[in-house]
Structure formats: structure tokens, C-alpha cells
Write a protein of this length. Structure first.
Length: 81
């Protein structure tokens, strides 16, 4: 009987930890924006976009996103008394 209660308790604890982990992972997951390309006046005369240009553009976008996220206020939990 004692072993059965221990097993049931273990299953309950694992279920709670699984739900908390799922909630935490879904909160940190953010949609990834598509690569933004600058509009060109005449695409036929413009040079092709190189991998280096794309890499620098992605780095700049990530830097802007991180700076934007750093500017946001951190949500504080409500303290219940």
C-alpha cells in the first residue's frame, strides 16, 4: 500500500513538472520574422545579394530585436498577502 502511494505521488509530481516545463518553454518561444530585404528601384541593374550581405542583415536584425527586448519592462509577479 505504501509503495502504491509512493508511485502515485511520483506520477503526480512528474505530471506537474511536465506541465510547468511546457508552460515555460511556450512562454520563451517567439515567432521568427522572415528575412527583410530592402526594396530596390531596378532589380535588373542591382547587384545580387551575397551571403555576406544576408549574414550582416540577419546579425543587424537580431541585434535590433535583442535591444528591443532589453528595453521592455520585466513582468513582476503579483504578491498575494
Amino acid at each position: 500500500m505504501r509503495g502504491l502511494f509512493g508511485l502515485v505521488g511520483l506520477v503526480v509530481v512528474l505530471a506537474i513538472v511536465g506541465l510547468l516545463a511546457k508552460k515555460q518553454l511556450s512562454a520563451t518561444r517567439a515567432p521568427v520574422p522572415a528575412l527583410q530585404t530592402a526594396p530596390r528601384a531596378d532589380p535588373a541593374s542591382a547587384p545580387p545579394v551575397t551571403v555576406r550581405d544576408q549574414s550582416q542583415q540577419i546579425q543587424q536584425q537580431v541585434k535590433q530585436q535583442v535591444e528591443g527586448l532589453m528595453q521592455q519592462a520585466r513582468p513582476m509577479p503579483d504578491e498575494e498577502k
